[in-house]
Ligand binder design. Structure first.
Ligand code: ACO
Length: 312
């Protein structure tokens, strides 16, 4: 019998400390009004000095495991999407496995920047479909504020920390309907963290334009590939970078505003954690119903991009 993968639970974690636009006004030459108008961001969570991407991933995973009502030892694969690992090695996924006292899974990290969670879902789906794994813990976790130059107003107002998790289980019915991932390394310098500077450098305007065009095209192609129209879609859960990017993509595909899950106002851009954080927000607020058709969509440094279409 054909196997599919289905999201059986979600979980998330946001650090306690909240940094508002008013707080940022005291740090750089900016204003609450500018940030709201250009990005839609009101506040973001910031991990404390002793809190790592592993700690945040652990809290979100415990939450998801409890929601799934499973023992952590049934998880046979762990993938962590992150650009901010606690150590160069061992991987964040292995450190997470140890904290969860899991002795069954194989675990590894994946870096596709802000598209990391979509790439990780694609890998998890493939392993489940091929009968190699039955329960996969898919994590997006970022302490992305550790990569910020707090004196650069072009970047420091945009990002926040957090972790989100989806547990995928093997199922006889879909589940994940289709995945599309892509990349183009010729854009490597438009959004980057170089090893000599260790801070985010970005050409904001270029990123904005290419993100809107790529994500608009990708959403339309994803629907077409699966013989669906925009009316078939119950929810779009996009990467939460900027509400202007999200709204521009929605206009391109004629998607009504009320079908979009938007958390960027309270989370900022949490890179690989943004989609699972938004998913868990929608899930815990009972916005998503069984059998809803949902599209995840992301774009990030590389450039990388990807979409997942699924039945909840
Ligand atoms: N506060 C006040 N003024 C600012 C700030 C700030 N925080 N940041 C920049 N400005 C100024 C600029 O210096 C510039 O001033 P100037 O005209 O005197 O030179 C002016 O505002 C306009 O700057 P632009 O860069 O043209 O502003 P834009 O409307 O493009 O908005 C932004 C900037 C928000 C960064 C936008 O380009 C953007 O969102 N780009 C996408 C970036 C992104 O999301 N990256 C994340 C990773 S990729 C992804 O996740 C999709």
């Amino acid at each position: 019998m054909q196997k599919y993968s289905k999201i059986i639970s979600t979980g998330s974690y946001l650090p306690e400390k909240i940094l508002t636009n008013k707080d940022l006004e005291k740090m750089v030459d900016t204003s609450h009004e500018w940030i709201i108008e250009r990005t839609g961001i009101e506040s973001r969570h910031i991990a404390n000095e002793n809190e790592s991407s592993v700690d945040m991933a652990y809290s979100a995973s415990v939450n998801a495991i409890k929601n799934a009502n499973i023992d952590s030892n049934v998880i046979d694969m762990i993938i962590v999407a992150t650009t901010t690992p606690e150590r160069k090695f061992p991987s964040t996924a292995v450190l997470l496995q140890n904290k969860l006292k899991n002795n069954k899974a194989f675990a590894f990290d994946l870096n596709a920047a802000c598209t990391g969670f979509i790439y990780a879902l694609d890998v998890a789906d493939t392993y489940i479909k091929n009968g190699i794994a039955n329960y996969v813990l898919v994590v997006g976790t970022e302490k992305i504020t550790s990569l910020l130059d707090w004196s650069d107003r072009n970047t420091c107002v945009l990002f926040g920390d957090g972790a989100g998790v989806a547990i995928l289980g093997s199922s006889n019915t879909p589940g994940i309907i289709s995945n599309t991932i892509g990349s183009d390394g010729s854009y490597k310098d438009l959004l980057t963290v170089n090893t000599d500077s260790e801070v985010i450098e970005m050409s904001g305007n270029d990123v904005f334009k290419i993100a809107v065009n790529t994500m608009g095209k990708l959403a339309a192609e994803t629907l077409e590939k699966n013989s669906m129209t925009i009316d078939s879609l119950n929810w779009l859960i996009p990467h939460q970078a900027n509400s202007r990017i999200i709204n521009a993509v929605a206009r391109k595909i004629n998607l009504p505003q009320e079908k979009i899950i938007m958390t960027v106002n309270k989370h900022g851009n949490t890179s690989a954690a943004s989609i699972p954080l938004a998913l868990d927000y929608a899930n815990s607020n009972n916005l998503i119903k069984e059998n809803d058709i949902i599209m995840f969509e992301a774009f990030g440094a590389g450039f990388t991009w990807g979409s997942t279409l699924l039945k909840y």
